[in-house]
Write a protein that binds this ligand. Sequence first.
Ligand SMILES: Cc1cc2nc3c(=O)[nH]c(=O)nc-3n(C[C@H](O)[C@H](O)[C@H](O)COP(=O)(O)OP(=O)(O)OC[C@H]3O[C@@H](n4cnc5c(N)ncnc54)[C@H](O)[C@@H]3O)c2cc1C
Length: 226
Amino acid sequence: MIRKITIPIIERRTIAKNTIEIVLDASLENFTFLAGQYVKISIPKMLYPDPAGNYRMFSIASSPNEKSKMEIVFRDSQSGFKKTLTELPFGSSVIIQGPYGLFTLPKNPKASIVFIAGGVGIAPCLSMIRFAIEEKLGHEITLLYANNDLKSAAYLDELKEIEQNNSRFFIKCHLGLIDENCVRQSVADINQPIWYAVGPPKMVRTTRDILEQLGVSKNKIRFENF
Ligand SMILES: Cc1cc2nc3c(=O)[nH]c(=O)nc-3n(C[C@H](O)[C@H](O)[C@H](O)COP(=O)(O)OP(=O)(O)OC[C@H]3O[C@@H](n4cnc5c(N)ncnc54)[C@H](O)[C@@H]3O)c2cc1C
């Protein structure tokens, strides 16, 4: 069910190079969503003007099992919206509308998955990874995580820890642009998994083209453009 709720910012952290995580207090709302979905966030009182308006879409990085708080992540930027989100005092309210989206886990727990995440495209993947591990869903999951450099790779310590503790989760960090080689090398049989590509539109387009050129069927490719 799509809802509109007003909730406060309770935490803000720099979690990687130029990368900010905002934590919203959802404890009073019982806001339900599927891992991988996104919300529209509006700021009632902007601190800076923004020609693109007072709202943006954000994937939820936290697990749906985390009922008390909602985490979102973005790269630091000079847009009026993000500058406002970065500076609003704790306790300031934002309006959340959603959840939206079909970029979610496959129903079949036997399906293996490859996430190809570019930068903060990690957010919906992290939500799905956290949920799949917590619920012991059984998917074999490979994360191909692309960043310009390792310092920009948000949540890397947590992801490495998940990998150490779970024999069916694998992470491969890639520095620079996604290319055919890194896609081909991410799994033994490229025709087996369901592929998820998420991040900047150019990166997603390139990834989809590579997968299709390698012969992956279109119905095995899911994508989300940031
Ligand atoms: C389904 C979906 C899910 C998404 N999930 C996420 C998510 O989880 N995390 C995320 O980060 N994004 C996410 N996005 C994208 C997000 O909604 C924004 O569209 C995107 O991050 C771009 O943000 P921005 O417009 O603030 O511009 P940015 O790309 O952050 O900044 C560039 C803009 O800032 C302005 N600007 C730049 N420099 C200046 C300056 N000096 N002075 C004034 N203005 C300046 C310009 O207008 C420019 O267009 C998602 C999008 C979709 C559709």
